[in-house]
Design a binder for this molecule. Structure first.
Ligand SMILES: [Fe+2]
Length: 221
């Protein structure tokens, strides 16, 4: 009698893509210059943050949600890298559906629905939240000091499953109620938009600057 696993059905897989843009050192200064000019033109930033009742973010500057529509070659190139990365994660996560497609149906269109940048002041944070109504979300670290760590300026994700009362080894994979990623220049994290996340305060010499986006992926007609 054989006890080999006949199949593992990976239902609702929760994948977080982790990428590094090797080209980042060549584009960093130009991105920061662009953001500096942007802030000068729009000193109050995103109108959502000017709402006195808004408690989602603290001690930071945030742009409007249409950064991908700005007339900038460097941003266009970066959004191309982001869209490609999101497509990679989306394809891996949807592999069992892709397997059912004909070759000519395997053509994809990635839409950037919203994108913005955030410049954190010292100790600035984003509280836990999710991005409703999209497929994939991401963060790209434009600038952060070498002193960034799990405790300093990291991005955290909160387990979307109910807590388990089991403390046995078999449930170990459920015990982690948050998972943290250290911010690093040129690093891109991609996650499903429903996943709750936030950022730990960063107190370093450099200002923490990130780009974030909400995307959807469709099959092309
Ligand atoms: Fe977010």
């Amino acid at each position: 009698m054989s006890h080999d696993v006949k199949n593992i059905h990976s239902l609702w897989p929760l994948n977080i893509g982790d990428f590094q843009n090797d080209n980042h050192p060549q584009i960093k200064e130009e991105l920061l210059n662009f953001f500096e000019l942007y802030e000068k033109k729009l000193p109050d930033g995103n109108s959502q943050l000017r709402d006195k009742d808004h408690v989602g973010n603290h001690n930071l500057y945030q742009s409007n949600y249409d950064l991908h529509n700005e007339d900038s070659e460097i941003l266009k190139k970066l959004f191309h890298f982001i869209a490609k990365s999101v497509l990679d994660v989306s394809k891996i996560t949807n592999q069992k559906f892709i397997d059912k497609l004909n070759e000519e149906e395997k053509k994809y269109k990635v839409n950037i629905n919203e994108s913005w940048f955030i410049r954190y002041n010292k100790g600035g944070i984003v509280y836990p939240h999710h991005h409703d109504g999209f497929s994939w979300s991401c963060v790209y670290y434009v600038q952060v000091g070498a002193d960034a760590s799990i405790q300093n300026g990291s991005t955290y994700f909160i387990r979307p499953y109910n807590a388990t009362s089991k403390n046995d080894f078999g449930s170990k994979y459920l015990r982690e109620d948050t998972h943290l990623f250290t911010a690093k220049e040129g690093r891109l994290l991609v996650w499903p938009s429903f996943l709750y996340h936030g950022s730990k305060p960063y107190s370093g010499d450099k200002e923490r600057v990130i780009i974030s986006a909400n995307l959807t992926v469709n099959l092309r007609d």
